[in-house]
Design a protein around this ligand. Structure first.
Ligand code: AP5
Ligand code: MG
Ligand code: ZN
Length: 214
């Protein structure tokens, strides 16, 4: 099964993806996580991407498309995958269709997490991420057992460099400019599942599973 999870910054894509891939035994492909890992390794692509990410802007399409293509063609993707944060616009969606077609693959569903705009700033600015395993927490909504320490691996928690109010507002603005055409694109293909993301984390998960298994 191949899925795509979309929604605004802070909607809960990563949080739900982490649990979903464990449950379904599929691969999590998060373009944001891939860029953060490239930044950590100090690769040329990472350094270039950081300039855009810190400002809350989109990394150019050709960079993201090339990176996703390489990842989807890795042998473990045959188990099924969950794309998180890609595509972000119709150009990327068309490129994805093209690469899936070439690989003889297709999407089973597009999970669109819907959360009111006013909730998104507090979700992103309160988020904390594990430096070692990438798990995400929240200072109010998903507190780690010990402050500053990851429940999964004991790693140190940090705040993403684009989780400040200026970058978040820009990310939200860019999301809103691209969302409707992208949602329309997948609705027209009959793949879109709207999920209410303004509920308890576990309830959102339940709704996703109910919908994708229906
Ligand atoms: P990316 O890392 O994908 O960031 P984003 O899209 O802004 O989304 P987030 O990761 O911020 O939100 P999320 O929905 O995953 O929320 P989470 O589950 O963590 O991309 C970063 C950047 O990379 C982009 O800005 C761009 O520069 C670049 N990029 C990436 N992909 C690209 C592409 N395709 N093209 C071009 N550029 C690209 O949850 C947020 C917080 O809320 C957490 O603390 C969590 O604990 C909490 N939370 C989650 N669910 C709930 C709930 N139900 N109730 C209460 N709290 C909750
Ligand atoms: Mg995320
Ligand atoms: Zn960890």
């Amino acid at each position: 099964m191949n899925f795509l999870i979309m929604g605004p910054p802070g909607a809960g894509k990563g949080t739900q993806a982490e649990a979903l891939v464990k449950k379904l035994g599929i691969v999590h492909i998060s373009t944001g996580d891939m860029f953060r890992s490239a930044i950590k390794k100090g690769t040329e692509m990472g350094l270039k991407a950081k300039e855009y990410m810190d400002k809350g802007e989109l990394v150019p399409d050709y960079v993201v498309v090339g990176m996703v293509k390489e990842r989807i063609y890795q042998p473990d993707s045959v188990r099924g995958f969950l794309l998180d944060g890609f595509p972000r616009n119709v150009v990327q969606a068309e490129e994805l269709d093209e690469m899936l077609k070439e690989a003889g693959l297709s999407l089973n569903a597009v999970i669109n997490i819907v959360v009111p705009h006013e909730k998104l700033v507090e979700r992103t600015t309160g988020r904390r991420i594990c430096r070692s395993c990438g798990a995400s927490f929240h200072i109010m909504f998903k507190k780690p057992q010990t402050e500053g320490i990851c429940d999964n691996c004991g790693g140190e928690l940090y705040q993403r460099s684009d989780d400040n109010e200026t970058a978040v507002n820009n990310r939200l603005y860019i999301y809103e400019a691209n969302a409707n055409p992208l949602i329309g694109y997948y609705r027209a293909k009959g793949l879109l599942l709207n999920i209410d993301g303004d509920q308890d984390i576990n309830k959102v998960m339940e709704d996703i599973l109910k919908n994708i298994c229906a």
